[in-house]
Design a protein around this ligand. Sequence first.
Ligand code: NAD
Ligand code: DAU
Length: 337
Amino acid sequence: MKNILVTGGAGFIGVNFVRMLLNETDDINVINYDALTYAGNLASLDDCLNNERHIFIHGDICDINKVEDTFERYSPEGVINFAAESHVDRSITDPDIFLKTNIMGTLSLLRASRKFNVKRFLQVSTDEVYGSLGLTGKFTEATNILPNSPYSASKASADHFVRAFNHTYDFDTVITRCSNNYGPYQFPEKMIPLCINNILKNKNLPVYGDGMQIRDWLFVKDHCTAIWEVFNKGKSGEVYNIGGSNEKANLELVKILLKILNKPESLITFVKDRPGHDRRYAIDNSKIMSDLNWKLSVTFEQGIELTVKWYLDNKKWLENVTSGAYQNYYSNMYSNR
Ligand code: NAD
Ligand code: DAU
């Protein structure tokens, strides 16, 4: 049996990844280390909590003592770091926690990983570190790093620390940079689940600016398989871009959701734009496809149908995460737009 430390395994992508490892391997114990912030939710792993290969540790990646205790106790062979503050809008109103978790937290994991002889460290990063594209072109692994938001600045900084550990200490690291994910268990502060939740409640859909910003949407399960390929077969020191080859303007995306749920376009409301809003992201997938043989498993049409169905089948989960603190978040974030 191998122990793999997964941080942030109670968040959106983390729960999909942990479930995939538990279901699709039989020789891996998942040490799931998560602070359970507003974005972390153990109810999203209810079917995995009794699995003896899943060990949940409630801890902050910035807490070096707790991090080191965990490494000492479980001697993980590998670390996959999902833990982060992940929402751009929150980083605009409160950047400090992004610096702490995304940069200092990554540094504390890197230090402990070296100290306890971890064989490989995978940093889950984002295409947002590359900044914004014009009407043409795609991000490759050689694109300059030009982050525009406090969120992407913190992720870019973490990537630089990961690279520096590889270069300076010859420590085995890989970095993945992925485009926008969608799928089951995404917290409804993000565009797709926020719109699904609002549509189900007949509430307006807040589209920032002119709604012509473009994102490259990827079904979360395909992100998880890509991370696992990079962890197992990627070359130390390298970066791998991951994308859905699926560019959609926000307005088009919202219309697709309304059509699937059979609701009128009159729910669309244009609101004040996000400050510094990146106009377009698009990923060149060719490196991961040719070097590691990774492929997309679903089309966007299949993935979005599955996603809407998941939210319809899991209304209780949605109710739980949108009660209480979410109401305050929503009114603070959207009342003056
Ligand atoms: P999320 O916000 O849904 O989950 C983040 C998880 O990290 C939560 O479980 C939270 O409790 C945990 N966490 C936060 N601070 C922590 C801390 N200090 N210590 C321990 N745990 C902490 O995020 P997500 O959408 O699942 O994203 C996961 C990772 O993937 C992030 O690093 C993000 O930057 C990256 N990423 C996300 C996307 C996307 O579209 N969602 C795309 C590319 C990359
Ligand atoms: O590209 C990868 C990134 O994708 C990840 O690194 C981030 O963690 C993840 O949050 C996501 O960032 P975005 O800012 O692109 O995602 P979000 O869902 O917040 O917004 C998607 C698009 O929709 C973006 O152009 C902003 C717009 N939007 C978003 C919200 C929440 C709206 O128009 N209205 C909204 O209410």
